[in-house]
Design a binder for this molecule. Structure first.
Ligand SMILES: [Zn+2]
Length: 278
């Protein structure tokens, strides 16, 4: 039991008693930690404003048996642009929720930590409707669920002309007509192709995609796969879905958030577009 210092991303906060919070942080060196932050709900608490979900912080804690105790917090990056944009913030909150579901307590996971920080940075720098979807697929891949998309997951048959159109999460990938059961889940070949590009090194261009029905379908599939893996619904799922379409926040110029004029800026040539690579 001792004092330690680490950096991490705040995943979740829960009220505790009158003035405290329990904070889940994905730390760089210790994996997920759960710590009590005392007095952070008192008016004017500086640590309280620093310990918001999605914030990247440097912190100091006393180790406890069940819960650690936060003694100091400094902001590394508050991701202010992301926080000022409803759609980006919604995506970021979905990513930290997914991370909270998957991360093991007190078990360092550097690839996950790096991937989360880079994904948040990407969202802070550009409005990219597919960041959360790409993050979910890469999270699953890190977890050992890397969907088989080039060959039938049942018999190994190569991709037919026109592509596969059945995905079976239980089987771990696409299925050919022979292997597909009586009630196959049809997925548009375009959607599967997009997932393949995300996982196959074409992330930069994928992140440049503006919102579209295809983007919405890719996101729905990514959410389904994630929820299948963690065996529960993501609280953020309905909010994510509401971002799409003509009235959605990715597109709604009138009430879409503080940056209505920028639309979906894309900087294809920038290095940060590969930001999700672990
Ligand atoms: Zn097959």
């Amino acid at each position: 039991m001792g004092l330690y210092r680490d950096q991490g991303v705040v995943l979740r906060t829960v009220k505790l008693g009158e003035a405290d919070r329990i904070v889940n942080i994905l730390s760089q060196s210790r994996g997920k930690i759960r710590a009590v932050a005392k007095g952070v709900r008192k008016p004017g608490s500086r640590n309280g404003s620093r310990l918001e979900p999605t914030s990247h912080v440097m912190f100091q804690c006393y180790e406890g048996r069940e819960l650690d105790v936060v003694t100091q917090v400094e902001t590394v990056d508050a991701f202010r642009h992301l926080r000022d944009d409803y759609a980006s913030l919604t995506s970021a909150l979905a990513m930290v929720e997914a991370t909270d579901q998957v991360a093991q307590e007190r078990a360092a996971n550097q690839p996950l930590y790096q991937m989360l920080v880079r994904a948040l940075r990407t969202l802070d720098e550009q409005r990219a409707p597919l960041v959360a979807s790409a993050f979910f697929w890469k999270l699953l891949s890190l977890e050992g669920f890397h969907p088989m998309l080039e060959h039938c997951a049942g018999c190994g048959r190569a991709e037919p002309d026109g592509g596969f159109d059945v995905l079976d999460l239980e089987a771990g990938g696409v299925l050919c007509q022979t292997c597909a059961g009586p009630f196959p889940r049809r997925v548009e070949p375009d959607v599967l192709a997009m997932v393949q590009r995300m996982l196959g090194g074409d992330l930069r261009r994928v992140l440049a995609e503006p919102d579209s029905p295809l983007v919405r379908d890719v996101e729905r599939l990514a959410l389904d796969a994630l929820e299948h893996h963690v065996e529960r619904r993501l609280r953020s799922a309905p909010l994510l879905a509401s971002l799409h379409g003509r009235q959605g926040h990715w597109n709604d110029a009138a009430g879409g958030g503080p940056h209505p004029s920028i639309g979906i800026p894309v900087e294809v040539g920038s290095s940060r577009s590969e930001a999700l690579e672990p």
